[in-house]
Write a protein that binds this ligand. Structure first.
Ligand code: FEO
Length: 169
């Protein structure tokens, strides 16, 4: 059985993952509006991954005899200045999420909740990947922005990204 404080913090993270999905959907809509359909596709896939992350928390809370409590999702930003601006925010957002996961691990250790600590380790590794991937994409988009057709080439590359449930499980 999960403790009350742990249940509350796991529910907060469920919400934070939903917000990540909302943020990336807002970024997808920005790219749709600027006719970069490949970038929009990349962000839609990212949003799907975040929804699957929130469902991991949803399912885990239930498995531990806790109560899922859904809160309002914060309104994400609406507009960005450029693709570089978007991916700078993706990276800084993922660094923030890594901090949230680390805080949860700290709490699980404090509470001697080994099961939750174990559950969270998947997210510890996932955040390493998220930061790595966001850095790589930011670098690629920064380089691409230096030539006239660079962004269009990246756009066509991003059009082929597909959601793979396996990579988010
Ligand atoms: Fe849920 Fe982008 O990590």
């Amino acid at each position: 059985m999960v403790s009350q404080i742990m249940e509350k913090e796991l529910n907060k993270q469920l919400n934070a993952e939903m917000y990540s999905g909302y943020l990336y959907l807002a970024m997808a809509a920005y790219f749709e509006d600027t006719d970069l359909g490949g970038f929009a596709n990349w962000m839609r896939v990212q949003a799907q991954e975040e929804l699957s992350h929130s469902m991991r928390f949803y399912d885990y809370i239930i498995r531990r005899g806790g109560r899922v409590s859904l809160d309002a999702i914060e309104k994400p930003k609406f507009k960005w200045d450029s693709p570089i601006d978007v991916f700078k925010q993706v990276l800084s957002h993922e660094i923030t999420v890594s901090g949230l996961i680390n805080n949860l691990v700290d709490l699980a250790i404090e509470e001697k909740d080994h099961a939750t600590n174990n559950f969270l380790q998947w997210f510890v590794e996932e955040q390493v990947e998220e930061e790595e991937s966001a850095t790589a994409v930011l670098n690629k988009v920064t380089l691409a922005s230096e030539s006239s057709n660079g962004i269009l080439l990246v756009d066509s590359e991003f059009a082929s990204r597909v959601f793979s449930p396996d990579s988010s499980e």
